[in-house]
Write a protein that binds this ligand. Sequence first.
Ligand code: ADP
Length: 388
Amino acid sequence: MDVSSLKNLLVIEDNIGDARLVKEILRDTEYDNYELTFVHDLDELKEFSKSKFQVILLDLHISDIEPTTTFNRVNRLFQSTPIIILTGLKDDELAAKIVRQGAQDYLVKGTFDSDTLQRSIKYAIYRKASEKRLAKQKITSRRFKDRADNFESESIRLTSINKSKDVFLSIASHQLRTPASVVKQYIGLFLDGFAGEIDDKQKKYLKTAFDSNERQLQIINDLLRVAKLDAGHVTLRRVPVDLVSLMQNILEDHNVILSTRKHTVEFSHDETKVVANIDENNIRMVFENLLDNANKYSDEGALVRVEVEQKGRWVFVRVIDSGIGITKEDQAKLFQKFSRIDDSFTYAPNGSGLGLYWAKEIVKLHGGDIHLESIKGTGSTFEIKLPH
Ligand code: ADP
């Protein structure tokens, strides 16, 4: 440390002789150009309460005040200033006690010279600065710790909310599905004539009930699938599957629905067989979901194209429709849970907004992705990319 850096110091000493001695010793140090302030009793200190000193030399025995009280009063008034105690010969124990309370050092009057004083001042300033730095670091690290604790408890809270939500969804869906399935079976029995002859009017009413129940079951199934996925309970059973014949099979199954709305489907594939290592059940549901959407969100008589292509280590499956299309802004939201675009309500009022979220997560579990390109009013291309 630069010794010439002493700018000012305060000496609190009620004995004129001792004060003069300190002044003499200071003069013999290497310090130069410093401002020296002498105070002879504690009451005088008040007028310096706003002053900043670099170091204080404090005689412990001022007037008849108890030494620790003297130190505490000065220390309180000049909290950030290092204090060196000046003691009498027999005050070793007392001096050590006061150093423990926060004084930087102590010097026994009549035994120290200019070198000792200079060294003491230098290290008192240095130690006080280190203490301040340490205190600051402690506050900062305590703040970090508090913040980390907050994050941890917040994350525990959110995880638990999320878990309760998953449990709620799963229980609610299971409890809803069983009675809804029973309703379906009994309406089916009526429709098939197992409960006796029914006339056309009764049949019409029962058919409406059957269709509504079917939609209800579809939504319950969507909720169940997503609850299972979010709870991490989806395990893929991957086997090599030919995507061309899988898609042909799906299209045959969907033929009735597609033709009801007079849609034309064109299926193209560059190879006769395109094999990928997939969980067939789950990927089948992904393809079906995209086909259903192409069907739902297109006007009657529209063209739907399906492509299967192999490129290097990837296979691509595209479902291309000429339907209502999706704006850029909405495209960003589509793969989130419960996300539906306003104008799709007129096309399919009963959608759950869960299909695309589920589909994307399932494809991602396979190491692939779903990509969407769409122009509002023109149509959409959903491209599934899967590892070969
Ligand atoms: P759902 O169809 O049950 O609402 P999805 O998750 O499958 O749920 O789709 C979410 C939303 O994305 C739909 O509600 C619709 O607004 C939009 N969407 C999906 N596919 C298409 C498509 N081919 N054309 C236009 N909009 C679509």
